[in-house]
Design a protein around this ligand. Structure first.
Ligand code: PLP
Length: 378
């Protein structure tokens, strides 16, 4: 089955009993048992719910793993995944991971004895140097947010395997439509499904897919024990969103290419970060490991004042955190998504005050370009 077909026919489709083509929303907490322990596979909706199960099967198929899990947010998915490890274990992470990932590792999970080291994982040598006797996993995000740095998934997961580490990939930016980390050697793939998978700025959710039965058993145990599950209504919304993921991603990318082309020649734009640009330092790796470059790009307008001016004048790009939805969004990472990262650290990473990130939506791209043009004028 090809990707666009799988988006629509993957997982569990419709309802056998009625012939409904859409999975019903099983708004239910508990299930009748015929005798003690004799039931139809569902006992209690924290443990399992048919609508959530349909979504979990779908994401499993899309990522090519053995089991999928749906959580109440991307952060709940990430937290549950890190709970696979024990106090005293060490994890190496990409240095410009999502701000919330940095925060949960440094302010919450550290209190339970999970150690972490953040390095630029786009260079495997940095990862090797961070290895400790208690290192148990490598956690990468690629492309990263907001600088769109790329890590070679196949290269780093091969190395991780040789050191007995699990490789975990946050695949939020690429989505399973463009990139399948498990097929490149990763063990666990996770998503903030709030972004492209949902796609309509109307649901907060997280998904995890694992490549092995033991991991599946352990993660289900954690999901059921800690309880951060996704509700049936939101599971249904995600299934609906995923059906159009292919057409949306194609169009996001078409629009992005045109915007990149426009920004590339604009005198006020000092630098553009987009992996689809042949001049992007990781262009070739991005091309090798994915089938598209996505709809996220960042550009530097040189100063906080210039960024403020742009934001004050822009009309069609909504000033908001988040990404991946039908409406174009604009943000200044230093003050928004990455505000929880200390200023010195932001400077080190290159997340300057003049850096503007856009999530290109599905509006008419001519309107988006005209809007950027007027907003970039003095
Ligand atoms: C948004 C995001 C998260 C967190 O997901 P939530 O659904 O907001 O909890 C994690 N990783 C990346 C790359 C994200 O963009």
């Amino acid at each position: 089955m090809r990707k666009k077909t799988q988006l629509i026919h993957g997982g569990i489709v419709g309802d056998e009993q009625t012939g409904a083509v859409s999975v019903p929303i099983y708004q239910v907490s508990t299930y009748k048992q015929e005798a003690v322990g004799k039931h139809k596979g569902y006992e209690y909706s924290r443990t399992g719910n048919p609508t959530r199960h349909a979504l979990e099967e779908l994401i499993k198929d899309l990522e090519g793993g053995v089991a999928g899990f749906a959580f109440g947010s991307g952060m709940a998915a990430i937290t549950a995944t890190v709970m696979l490890f024990n106090s005293g274990d060490h994890i190496i992470l990409t240095d410009d991971v999502y701000g919330g990932t940095y925060r949960v590792m440094n302010k919450v999970l550290n209190r339970f004895g999970i150690e972490s080291t953040f390095v630029d994982t786009s260079d495997v040598e940095n990862i090797k140097k961070a290895l400790k006797p208690n290192t148990k996993a490598l956690y990468i995000e690629t492309p990263t947010n907001p600088l769109l740095k790329i890590t070679d998934i196949e290269a780093v997961s091969n190395w991780a395997k040789s050191e007995d580490l699990l490789t975990i990939v946050d695949n939020t930016f690429s989505t399973p439509y463009w990139q399948n980390p498990i097929k490149l050697g990763a063990d666990i793939v996770l998503h903030s499904a709030t972004k492209y998978l949902g796609g309509h700025s109307d649901v907060v959710a997280g998904l995890v897919v694992v490549n092995d039965n033991k991991l599946a058993e352990d993660l289900h145990f954690i999901q059921n024990s800690t309880g951060g599950v996704l509700g049936p209504q939101d599971s249904w919304l995600l299934i609906r969103g995923i059906k159009t993921l292919g057409v949306r991603m194609e169009e996001h990318e078409t629009n992005t290419n045109k915007i990149v082309e426009f920004l590339s020649t604009h005198p006020k734009v000092e630098k553009i970060y987009y992996p689809g640009l042949p001049s992007h330092p990781y262009h070739e790796i991005a091309q090798k490991q994915g089938s598209g470059f996505g709809g996220m790009l960042s550009f530097d307008v040189g100063s906080e004042e210039a960024a403020d001016k742009l934001l004050a004048k822009i009309k069609y790009f909504t000033l908001a955190e988040s990404l991946g939805a039908v409406e174009s969004l604009i943000s200044v990472p230093a003050k928004m998504t990455h505000a929880s990262i200390p200023p010195e650290r932001r400077q080190e990473l290159g997340i300057t005050d003049g850096l503007v990130r856009i999530s290109v939506g599905l509006e008419d791209v001519e309107d988006l370009i005209e809007d950027l043009k007027q907003a970039l004028e003095l």
